[in-house]
Design a protein around this ligand. Structure first.
Ligand SMILES: Nc1ncnc2c1ncn2[C@@H]1O[C@H](COP(=O)(O)OP(=O)(O)OP(=O)(O)O)[C@@H](O)[C@H]1O
Ligand SMILES: [Mg+2]
Length: 455
């Protein structure tokens, strides 16, 4: 660890000398200043702590303290004074002084206070560093793509993150990056140091989802033996991400709407209102307008959520982003798998560029991952991408055989193949066919194909 630097500010040479000698022998770097003005000029040299006399020839300690804190919140200040009134002490503490020491002081005491103070900032800095590191994976730059659609999207996300309006609606096909964007919105907002909580609305039955969201009082229902805080309460000051909002039941839709309008709610079985400050980010791969017209989604909730809409463009509409994403994923899997793949060959790029990507960026990521695991070559080649070879691209160059086809039969066979390839996972099978989960489920039922549901 580098040595901490301490600035000693006092107009009396003898006091400066005794403090400096002592702190140097304790292993610190020490700078000295005689006046408040000189002290402020030393700050850019990198000062961790200031021992500051209250009575200075040119000004008083409290104004110097204020300027130090304006320069850098993290610089610690210990005020030394023989004349402190209670008022001055209180003001100094309010301004962020770490300690107030009386003159004449005992050198051992001052040295011990300095040690303690520096230990706390070291920890505070470490935690802050840790938090920014944890937040960094979700910076705007994580959203790869130089197409005009992606550039516009990043600009929109930055504006949305900075906006105080609290609700955001993310729409777009599966695998387009809605989860990722929800986190980016959180970490780019001034809520970044508060919790980010998420829940998938389709994953829980109504009653459980309600108590996960709003919490419950003791005895609210049979299993409620203890009082429990919900996600909205735990995320106070932060963000709650409601994934697959289109699957929420009408009863809960009404309760969510009430919360969005009033910013308060009651726990299940509770009687008093709880106020929280939470940004709700909701996501869906359904077309909510359609759902509204079919009376499956409340119109008023849709309008309330749709204040700041972000629509994620499918990958096939921005094929120019594909090469960049390919190289980006090769690079990240190189790190993860400790490999040194030098990119993809032009033929491989061409094959990947021509494919329709029904599963969007997630599918691309999976394809690169698999190719990286299987290939030993220096570069990824076209034949490393089994998925794309022989796959009909999303463009309409599928040629009808001269003999014609039985469309129903063909569809059934494709659904079966997709289910086989995905190991029975319906959502994944859907991505091979450009279908969302409902659409693939509908076909599974239509063709009487039973699969053991995976989650
Ligand atoms: N533009 C992008 N740049 C880099 N990575 C991306 C991008 N878009 C998506 N990804 C990555 O692709 C994967 C799928 O994205 P994500 O889970 O956010 O999709 P989604 O829209 O939430 O899908 P679903 O509707 O199925 O939940 C993730 O690993 C994500 O990090
Ligand atoms: Mg998602």
């Amino acid at each position: 660890m580098p040595k901490a630097t301490i600035l000693v500010v006092d107009d009396e040479a003898l006091i400066r000398w005794s403090l400096t000698e002592r702190l140097r022998s304790d292993g610190y770097d020490v700078l000295e200043a005689e006046t408040g003005h000189a002290a402020l000029e030393k700050l850019p040299e990198g000062v961790d702590l200031v021992l500051l006399d209250y009575r200075l020839p040119d000004t008083d300690g409290v104004s110097v303290l204020r300027k130090i804190k304006e320069f850098d919140q993290d610089v610690l200040v210990i005020l030394l004074t023989a004349y402190a009134s209670v008022d001055t002490a209180v003001e100094a503490m309010k301004l962020g002084a770490y300690h107030f020491a009386n003159k004449p002081f005992n050198l051992d005491d001052v040295a011990a206070t300095v040690d303690r103070a520096l230990e706390t900032t070291r920890l505070r800095r470490e935690v802050r560093q840790y938090r920014t590191n944890a937040a960094r994976p979700y910076s705007l730059q994580r959203l790869v793509g130089e197409s005009s659609a992606m550039k516009a999207l990043r600009a929109l996300i930055a504006r949305v993150a900075a906006s105080p309006a609290s609700t955001v609606l993310l729409t777009g096909e599966s695998g387009t990056g809605k989860d990722l964007v929800a986190k980016i919105v959180h970490y780019a907002s001034d809520r970044a140091s508060r919790p980010f909580m998420n829940i998938t609305c389709s994953a829980l039955p109504e009653q459980l989802l309600e108590s996960e969201l709003f919490g419950h009082e003791r005895g609210a229902f049979t299993d409620a033996r203890l009082q429990k805080k919900g996600l909205l309460e735990m995320a106070d000051g932060g963000t709650v991400f409601l994934d697959e909002i289109g699957e929420m039941t009408p009863g809960l839709q009404a309760k969510l709407l009430r919360f969005l309008e009033e910013k308060s709610f009651k726990r299940v079985g509770g009687t008093h209102d709880i106020r929280v400050d939470v940004r709700v980010v909701a996501a869906t791969n359904r077309n909510l307008e359609d759902e509204v017209s079919k009376h499956r989604f409340r119109a008023d909730l849709f309008f309330r959520l749709n204040v700041l809409p972000i629509d994620m463009p499918p990958l096939r509409t921005r094929p120019d982003d594909i090469p960049l994403l390919v190289e980006y994923f090769i690079d990240s899997f190189n790190n993860e798998f400790r490999k040194r793949v030098q990119g993809a060959t032009p033929a491989a790029h061409a094959a990947l560029h021509g494919y329709g990507w029904p599963g969007n960026v997630r599918e691309l990521r999976n394809v690169i991952e698999r190719a990286m695991l299987l290939s030993d070559g220096e570069r990824l080649e076209a034949r490393d991408f089994t998925v794309t070879s022989g796959v009909v691209s999303a463009s309409d160059d599928f040629e009808l055989p001269a003999t014609g086809v039985d469309l129903e039969k063909l569809e059934r066979s494709l659904v079966i193949q997709a289910l086989k390839r995905s190991g029975g996972n319906q959502t994944k099978a859907g991505t091979f066919l450009g279908l969302n989960r409902d659409q693939i489920r509908y076909r599974i039922e239509k063709f009487g194909l039973t699969t053991t549901p995976t989650h």
